[in-house]
Every structure is written in structure tokens, then in C-alpha cells.
Ligand binder design. Structure first.
Ligand SMILES: Cc1cc2nc3c(=O)[nH]c(=O)nc-3n(C[C@H](O)[C@H](O)[C@H](O)COP(=O)(O)O)c2cc1C
Length: 184
């Protein structure tokens, strides 16, 4: 039995995802990147993450060429960056780096200076699927900011955990009697 894409997407809309930018390119003028919610940790030994990148995304071929990329998790003030790197602002490739503050990681990949958490990775493995590649990144550099609220994508909107919590508390009478730990 197969499930159609519409039902799949409808169900995925109910799943909150941490918003990140996958960035690649040591040379100015040749950088690119995209917005993702498919990045997650793989292991702490060796420290590594995975991310699923559409083969049509401009960063896909560049990640293979460079053998390195960064995963920059965004915070509440980065919604415009998320829109820009998702191609929704008509800004492409290296021009996207006119937005945000960037430095170069030890691998040469562009790293967002004020990311909630940034992971500078070498490409360790790639698993090709029908439309996307699962890239495995082994971490060579890491930074984080503990004081910021992370950016989350849920039901086609960008939120922070605080906003999501208030929505739950206000929206559902029963929820008032549940503490947040009941959800985690
Ligand atoms: C919230 C959000 C999450 C996304 N997650 C992914 C993802 O995990 N993998 C992916 O390949 N594209 C994802 N996309 C789509 C890409 O960001 C978009 O297609 C981008 O324009 C691709 O880069 P390009 O324009 O340089 O080809 C996401 C878009 C949004 C708005």
C-alpha cells in the first residue's frame, strides 16, 4: 500500500523541525547554501550529523566538490535568513551571504557567527536516494549560544519553543493541567 505525497506532507506539517542553514564554499563568489529541517545528530563518537539534501539544490553538487559543509542552526531573529536561503526571496547562490554575519570554519565552509549552534563538517559519507542524498558530516569545529531561542518550523510557519508553549497553554484547556515535561 502506498501513501500519496499530499497525505505525507499533511502529516509532516504536524512535526516541529529545528531550522538550519547548510552552507558550502571556501571561496567568496562560489558559496551557496539552503534552508533545511532535516539536519540531526548521528553520533558523538565521532561527533557527526546527517542532513538530507535534494539533488536539485544548488548546494548538492558543491558539497561533493568541496568535501566539506557547515550546518548552522538558527535562532528566533533568523526567520528572514531562513526565507532567503529557501529561495523564497529570489536571492541565489553567493548573494545569499549578503544576509547574516559569516566567518570561515576550519574546513573553509561558511559559518554563521551568531548561530544557535554551528557545526563545521567534513563530508564523511553519502547515501543516495531517489530524490535526496543523506550527507554524513564529521564535525571539525563547533560553536553555540546558550542564551538564544531556537527557530522551529511547524505547520508552515516559523516559531520559537516559547511561542509554541503559549499556543498549547492557551489553545487547549486540558493542557493547562499538564506540565511541559509531560511532552518531552
Ligand atoms: C522550512 C524549510 C525546510 C526545508 N528543508 C529542506 C531539507 O531538509 N532538504 C532540502 O533539500 N530542502 C529543504 N528545503 C527546501 C530548500 O531550502 C529550497 O529548495 C532551496 O531553495 C534549495 O536551494 P537552491 O535554491 O540553492 O537550489 C526546505 C525549505 C524550507 C522553507
Amino acid at each position: 500500500m502506498s501513501v500519496d505525497a499530499k497525505d505525507f506532507k499533511q502529516a509532516m506539517r504536524q512535526c516541529a523541525g529545528a531550522v538550519a542553514l547548510v552552507t558550502v564554499g571556501a571561496e567568496h563568489g562560489k558559496r551557496t547554501g539552503l534552508t533545511v529541517t532535516s539536519a540531526c545528530s548521528l553520533s558523538d563518537n565521532p561527533p557527526s550529523l546527517i542532513v538530507c539534501v535534494n539533488r536539485n539544490a544548488s548546494a548538492h553538487a558543491r558539497i561533493r566538490e568541496e568535501g566539506a559543509f557547515a550546518i548552522n542552526f538558527l535562532h528566533e531573529d533568523h526567520a528572514l535568513l531562513a526565507l532567503t536561503f529557501s529561495g523564497q526571496k529570489g536571492v541565489n547562490g553567493d548573494d545569499r551571504f549578503a544576509f547574516g554575519q559569516w566567518t570561515s570554519g576550519v574546513t573553509g565552509a561558511p559559518v554563521l557567527i551568531d548561530a544557535a549552534a554551528a557545526f563545521d563538517c567534513v563530508l564523511a559519507q553519502e547515501f543516495e536516494t531517489k530524490t535526496h542524498s543523506i550527507f554524513v558530516g564529521e564535525v571539525r569545529g563547533v560553536s553555540h549560544l546558550a542564551s538564544v531561542a531556537p527557530l522551529v518550523y511547524l505547520r508552515s510557519n516559523f516559531h520559537t519553543p516559547q511561542e509554541m508553549r503559549e499556543a498549547v497553554a492557551l489553545g487547549d484547556l486540558d493542557a493547562r493541567h499538564l506540565s511541559w515535561t509531560d511532552f518531552s
